[in-house]
Design a protein around this ligand. Structure first.
Ligand code: 1DF
Ligand code: MN
Length: 353
């Protein structure tokens, strides 16, 4: 065994490390989650996820909440310790999307975006912002996409999967996609806990969160968008997903085979012929990060399936904060040129840094 190497920022290994799925929270966001849990308006997923991170006394919950709320020197020190040069930050899941009072949701989203913009101005070499949206109001959200891009200097938008059980393939969300395409910015679809219509058998087994439910729900969300023809309507749109593509690359052969069988037999009215195969959309419009999956075989598989230019590094701080994972990824058996794409230049290209 070789000694694990020191982690430093600054490119001593031939690349900068840009972490692309990094989370923060605001106190007022978490307080609304806790209020909703208390007054019975939270869905089962919020009770499970934010009942834990918002009030559980375990070391994991208290430390993660503390780290989420900091956008200052402590976060920078944590990045320094793990050799992370730049963090692409977004308001943590589920953002404000479950909030029933839409005026409150919009106010909290706008203040979170302002707060993130301030932090990015304070640490311009270290922090990059993605905007958060109150998707309950698609027209407002489209405006916020423009404000984030033009006034706040953000480089993309993160939506935390479903909004109160509704998915982005509903035509009412079209203004959000139009705004993203006008700005030339990517959409990051980040997981959320599954809606009540889907969560029950996962919850009873403790599988509703990041262990499994997140990936199932988010992978399905991206599939809904692909199969409704979002990339035929918006050929320049780029959608990012974390967690090694939420398992879709591994399913890809079967997805395409069964999708084509479904289209040919006209079994579902919604399932229309598309311009390309699902695999082709994955190689032209989908970007993948390895958040939560510091695993060389999965990274190489995704590079092979979607292309070497489409797989990017993410840590998922503070939910995942492991120096050993960075060391393992540095040590991957991969050409220096490809490692630089993975850690640095693919993010620079797709976020237009
Ligand atoms: C968890 C994981 C929570 C991820 C997250 O946001 C999150 C977790 C609330 O471990 O509970 O973003 N993640 O992306 O893997
Ligand atoms: Mn995450």
């Amino acid at each position: 065994m070789t000694e694990p190497h020191q982690l430093r920022t600054g490119g001593d290994r031939g690349y900068l490390r840009i972490a692309t799925e990094e989370a923060f929270a605001t106190r007022e966001q978490v307080d609304v989650f806790l209020r909703m849990i208390k007054d019975g308006t939270a869905d089962k997923g919020m009770v499970s996820l934010w009942g834990f991170y918002g009030s559980n006394p375990s070391e994991r919950a208290t430390q993660i909440l503390h780290r989420l709320l900091d956008l200052g020197d402590e976060r920078i020190a944590d990045m320094d310790r793990t050799g992370i040069d730049k963090a692409i930050l977004a308001l943590t899941s589920p953002g404000v999307q479950p909030m029933l009072d839409h005026a409150e949701a919009k106010a909290i989203a706008a203040r979170a975006n302002d707060r993130l913009a301030e932090a990015c101005q304070k640490y311009p070499a270290r922090f990059i912002g993605m905007g958060t949206l109150a998707t309950q109001d698609p027209e407002w959200s489209a405006h916020e996409v423009h404000r984030c891009a033009r006034e706040l200097g953000f480089k993309g938008v993160q939506i935390n999967s479903h909004t109160q059980g509704e998915y982005l393939d509903d035509p009412k969300y079209d203004p959000i996609f139009r705004a993203l395409v006008e700005e030339g910015q990517p959409l990051y679809i980040h997981p959320a806990t599954p809606p009540d219509s889907m969560i029950t058998p996962m919850l009873e087994a403790g599988l509703d969160g990041a262990i499994f439910g997140f990936g199932v729900e988010t992978g399905m969300h991206l599939l809904r968008l692909i199969t409704i023809g979002i990339f035929d309507k918006y050929p320049d749109l780029q959608i990012m997903v974390g967690h090694m593509g939420e398992a879709l690359p591994y399913w890809l052969y079967r997805l395409d085979y069964m999708h084509q069988a479904g289209v040919r037999s006209k079994r579902y009215a919604r399932m229309k012929p598309l311009n390309k195969t699902i695999a082709e959309y994955m190689r032209s419009n989908v970007l993948i990060t390895n958040s939560g999956v510091a695993w060389e075989p999965a990274i190489k598989f995704c590079q092979q399936v979607v292309g070497e230019d489409r797989v990017m590094y993410a840590m998922d701080y503070p939910y995942e904060y492991e120096a050993s994972e960075v060391q393992a990824l540095d040590a991957m058996d991969m050409t220096p040129a490809l490692k630089k794409k993975f850690f640095q230049t693919n993010a620079e290209r797709w976020f237009k840094l």
